[in-house]
Design a protein around this ligand. Structure first.
Ligand SMILES: [Zn+2]
Length: 574
């Protein structure tokens, strides 16, 4: 634990609310630093923080495809910042003048969004690599060079700026994603005796953590592969002169290389070769509930080797004869669209469904198109994918020895190894920060429930236990005080006094769309839950979305008077 530096140590003994005296309470908010483009914009946000009586800001200083909002020797400044203006430098100086701590918030896992090219475009080998061997938009936190680089990056801020701390975010994997890059293969073998190459599955059987909305009861569809509980996994339905391929789960998330081969071979048998055009459906019917996946999913389809064009619900009837259409996470098809797709396929076209179009299965044309009778049961767990022996020319399989228990054990080992890699980054930053600036705090935004943390291999209870974070901020973005109340049980199992766990409140999303007074009241109730449970403060997401009207009501209601920022003050260094 960090040393005893703060004046607030003694004050920290004071309960969060001590009547009229100054209280010690962390009153924080995250702040998107990119919106502090110039002095005026920064001042407006600082004014708002003061209106709210906040004493700590966590300013996003690094994300945006490798761009920063401060002066760095290592990464370029984000576009759109006023020439000569240093947002972080200004926020630290002006924030401190106003009695507000400023922590530098880093996005560690995700490369982020934007058009500018950055570090991962220069160093593509630092991108995590999925099961198909494709590079992703995530930093490979298992790569020792990436960890060293991020450690230097976070410590550079501690050397150059008088920030009160550095803050991790996205310090985790994306869902249960993996990395199969050469560095990981080498290191997992050397450190854990684990052969990652065997877990990319060029042939069936395969095994992994997967989820899906499957169809059940095939009628005319031929099942080419199934899950270990007998649910169809890959099916082919020949309709008229065309064919429909169904991958009966969220393949986009867990896609071993055997699946890529199966897709390519199935489309190839329908005359669609590599480099050929496929149409990706962007559906208005599906969008209100499931979003516009077309944009998100296009790179995924392109990485299978096809040229992607967009089509729409109405566009299906006008597709070029014989052309392939790809439908990803497409659940809300109506009879009219199903009938148009059926006609297109009967005339020699092909369709590739990724995840079962479950809510469409009441329509006769959808049943005829897919060759299935009804929807099955949603699943989200670890399971094996086995060959049925049908169509070996499409789905490659091998008769190598395969045991689900042995496979599960290897995956568990892989999970443990990856968890350990992320923990190493946290520990490295903590140790080096201690050398550079022992007064600075190292904190992290983390998943707020056990299942969520486990699902992204974020072992923050260990970071807490080993003292490699000064405090953790679980992102408990729930809509009601009752839901927030429930989250405390797990946290108190980790830290009974909540000395180093500071809850977050998802202010941007609470009573969204209601008048400011109603929003303020609902946010205040969540802040009160935190106090009643004994939390030493609260961090709100996100200052940019708490507008001035809301802030004017919320400040006096939820955070009356001034407060000294809480900081945990325990034993010695690392
Ligand atoms: Zn890797």
């Amino acid at each position: 634990m960090k040393g005893v530096i703060a004046v607030s140590l003694v004050l920290a003994l004071c309960a969060p609310l001590c009547g009229g005296q100054a209280v010690t309470e962390l009153r924080g908010a995250w702040l998107h630093g990119r919106e502090c483009k110039d002095r005026d914009a920064a001042d407006r946000l600082l004014d708002r923080a003061e209106t709210l009586n906040l004493n700590s800001l966590f300013v996003l200083v690094f994300a945006h495809r490798g761009h920063a909002i401060y002066r760095s020797e290592m990464v370029p400044m984000l576009d759109g910042i006023e020439e000569g203006f240093d947002p972080l430098g200004y926020l630290v100086e002006e924030g401190h003048r106003r009695g507000i701590q400023v922590h530098a918030w880093f996005v560690n896992g995700s490369y982020g969004w934007g058009r500018q090219e950055g570090i991962l475009d220069e160093r593509p080998e630092w991108r995590a690599m999925d099961l198909r061997g494709e590079r992703t938009d995530w930093y490979d936190l298992c790569h020792p060079e990436v960890r060293e680089w991020q450690t230097r990056l976070m410590c550079e801020v501690l050397e150059r700026y008088d920030v009160d701390g550095v803050h991790f975010d996205y310090i985790r994997f994306n869902d249960r994603s993996v990395c199969t890059c050469p560095s990981c293969r080498r290191n997992a073998m050397a450190e854990a005796g684990l052969d990652i190459g065997a877990l990319t599955y060029a042939e069936l059987p395969a095994y992994g953590a997967l989820s899906g909305n499957p169809l059940a009861e095939p009628t005319t569809a031929e099942v080419l592969a199934e899950f270990d509980d007998g649910v169809p996994a890959i099916a082919l339905n020949r309709v008229g002169a065309g064919q429909v391929i169904l991958l009966n789960w969220h393949v986009r998330r867990w896609c071993p290389s055997v699946v890529v081969t199966a897709i390519q071979r199935a489309l190839s048998s329908a005359g669609v070769g590599q480099g050929d055009r496929v149409f990706l459906l962007d559906s208005d019917i599906n969008a209100p509930r499931y979003g516009r996946n077309y944009w998100r999913d296009r790179p995924w389809v392109e990485s299978l080797g096809y040229r992607v064009e967009k089509t729409t619900d109405e566009g299906i009837a006008q597709l070029p004869p014989g052309s392939p259409v790809v439908l990803i996470g497409f659940y809300m098809m109506n009879e009219e669209i199903a009938a148009a797709l059926l006609r297109h396929v009967e005339a020699g076209g092909s369709a590739l469904f990724i995840d079962g179009p479950v809510f469409a299965m009441k329509h006769p044309s959808a049943q005829a198109l897919l060759g299935f009778k009804r929807m099955g049961k949603y699943f989200n767990d670890q399971r094996a994918l086995l060959t049925t022996g049908a169509a070996p020319q499409i789905v490659p399989s091998s008769d190598r020895p395969f045991s689900i228990a042995a496979e599960a054990a290897r995956h568990a080992l892989w999970d443990e190894w990856r968890k350990e890699q992320v923990t190493r980054l946290v520990a490295a930053v903590y140790e080096r920060a201690w050398d550079i600036r022992p007064d600075a705090l190292v904190t992290a935004a983390v998943f707020y429930n056990e299942g969520g943390s486990e699902g992204v291999l974020q072992d923050w209870p260990r970071w807490h236990r080993e003292g490699i974070c000064d405090y953790l901020i679980p992102m408990s973005y729930v809509k009601t005080p009752e839901e927030l109340e429930k989250a405390f049980a797990w946290w108190k199992g980790i830290d009974p006094d909540l000395a180093r766990i500071i809850p977050a409140v998802g202010a941007w999303n609470i009573a969204k769309g209601s008048p400011p007074a109603e929003r303020a009241e609902q946010i205040r109730r969540q802040v009160e839950v935190c106090r009643r449970q004994g939390a030493r403060g609260v961090v709100m997401f996100v200052l940019n979305e708490i507008d001035d009207d809301l802030a004017a009501i919320l400040g006096p209601a939820a955070f009356p008077g001034k407060a000294i920022p809480y900081r945990p003050g325990a034993a010695a260094g690392p």
